[in-house]
Design a protein around this ligand. Sequence first.
Ligand SMILES: Cc1cc2nc3c(=O)[nH]c(=O)nc-3n(C[C@H](O)[C@H](O)[C@H](O)COP(=O)(O)OP(=O)(O)OC[C@H]3O[C@@H](n4cnc5c(N)ncnc54)[C@H](O)[C@@H]3O)c2cc1C
Ligand SMILES: Cc1cc2nc3c(=O)[nH]c(=O)nc-3n(C[C@H](O)[C@H](O)[C@H](O)COP(=O)(O)O)c2cc1C
Length: 556
Amino acid sequence: MIPQLPSSAPFNEAQRWWLNGYLAALLATEDSSEREVAAASAPKQRVLVLYASQSGNSESLAEQFGEAMRGKGFEAPVLGMEDFEAEALQQENYILIVSSTWGEGDPPDNAVDFWEALSAEDFPKLEELHYGVLGLGDSNYLDFCGMGKKFDQRLADLGATRLVPRGDCDTDYEETANAWFESALTALGATQESEKEAGSEQTDGITYSKKHPFPAKLLTNRTLNAADSPRDTRHFEFSLAGSGLSYEVGDVLGIYPKNDPELVDEIVALLGFEPDAPCGESTFKQVLIHDFDIRTVPATLLQKWPTPVEGSFHEVIDLLKAAPVTFESPEAFVSLLRKLGPRLYSISSSPKAHPDEVHLTVAKVTYDFDDRPRKGVCSTYLSDRVNGDGTVRVFLQTAKHFKLPEDPNIPVIMIGPGTGIAPFRAFLEERSVTKAPGKNWLFFGNPHESTDWLYREEVQEWEREGILSQLSTAWSRDQATKVYVQDRMREAGEEFWKWLEEGAAIYVCGDAKRMAKDVDAALRDIIESHGKVSAEEAEVYVSKLKKDKRYQRDVY
Ligand SMILES: Cc1cc2nc3c(=O)[nH]c(=O)nc-3n(C[C@H](O)[C@H](O)[C@H](O)COP(=O)(O)OP(=O)(O)OC[C@H]3O[C@@H](n4cnc5c(N)ncnc54)[C@H](O)[C@@H]3O)c2cc1C
Ligand SMILES: Cc1cc2nc3c(=O)[nH]c(=O)nc-3n(C[C@H](O)[C@H](O)[C@H](O)COP(=O)(O)O)c2cc1C
């Protein structure tokens, strides 16, 4: 008979389950090779990993956790919340949730329906369920890790048992995420031996990933606006030759930027240190250029500032000027700053059209605030400060939630004003190279036709070739009344509805604050007025579109 752990043994239910299965397999035979086979065939404990993710961070972590758990003998499927009905939680015993937060404390698109169902008043109790929640967020937002907190609380309210305390990750999330996962594994009766990064690729023994970014040569840097436009949107091309990295259209490129040395000099001078004063293993100036966020003023910085300060400050330099302080050492100052994190950009090339290259479409962020010119870190770095060997540290992030339909016959509607055009240039290149027979409709907008029509020649060429079946442009400031892409959608409502009924997939990319919301409202209006249904029925129609992956967004 195969022994079982006594009920008094100091293990929780999950640990007992896993250990009993493992012991059974181990003791089933004396022969070590047979033992291995038996262990492999022992019943596997199922732990479902669910993710709520918009730009792919939670998704990659969930995949990474799933892979690590499968390596430890668990059955660990990984699913986006759009692919899992909340009611099915009643059939699960163990789940791990990885969720980011978007908007102002809102769920990512792929989790809207799941969250709505889970928060329904009459949702059944989940007393058999054991769970752990890891939240991803950004402490600059008021509702930090809001969705992680909501999932954690809701599951507790439904009677589920928390396996591990909730993890709240800031932008620099790897360390907290790994520590949380280790605790989750311990609670599940296993331990983590080695961490493996998701999405990493290997060539000649070198693995490039977010942790080990590839130095990609910047090949092209050109402005897409006309010289007399106040806007400066750049087209960048990087070489991926020799990296072993590959991507699909819809994916995202991460860039590690460097701070502006002029701003660094100013900060160093205000603090009264020498630029080459030692700081850790480098100099103060180098550390400030490469390692720390010298613009954002996180709440914790104000709380820890050596002299009392009131009010809000746009950048660290404003705080230093308003409340000058003397620090003991450069280290004491940098210990109050956040790490300089990578920026994400929607890839604007198809690898089939540009092998070994990756392209981006980036708006250069420059503006005046309190009579001082300000510069966005990464967009100005890419535009003006890539020097030395001309390489930029990059990594790839897959975006499963933003993919062209597998069936090339499906019509595609793409709504991408401003830099939102980026992934659609990639989509159109891909549909052109692969000779996909499905129709394509692009909605693009910007202030002026004469100066701000990004990729005009390419778009017009696609129109001539018939790759673009329809093109709708909205030049917001070319007439007295402002016109936006959502207005063009409503004007073409009848045709839009026809495409929807033919099974078209809709993609939206660009500004999350206003554009994506206005486009969403226009889509519902079209369904209501041309589908002749009520607002509630339109809501159901949109939910179905999302579930069928026919309404996907890459908004920021
Ligand atoms: C999934 C994803 C895809 C993206 N794709 C693209 C893309 O294809 N193209 C693209 O250009 N960007 C894209 N972005 C945005 C990009 O990641 C950066 O946020 C952007 O380039 C700004 O970074 P920065 O380092 O230059 O500016 P930062 O140094 O991060 O500064 C930006 C901050 O400056 C402040 N700010 C900016 N303008 C003003 C103003 N007028 N007044 C007051 N404050 C202001 C705001 O606080 C803003 O958050 C994407 C983001 C995500 C999450
Ligand atoms: C438009 C936008 C809104 C966001 N809103 C919040 C928020 O309200 N609270 C928060 O903690 N983080 C917020 N974040 C930060 C994201 O949650 C964070 O970047 C996270 O790592 C994204 O993970 P994902 O790629 O899995 O979606 C926001 C980010 C963006 C770009």
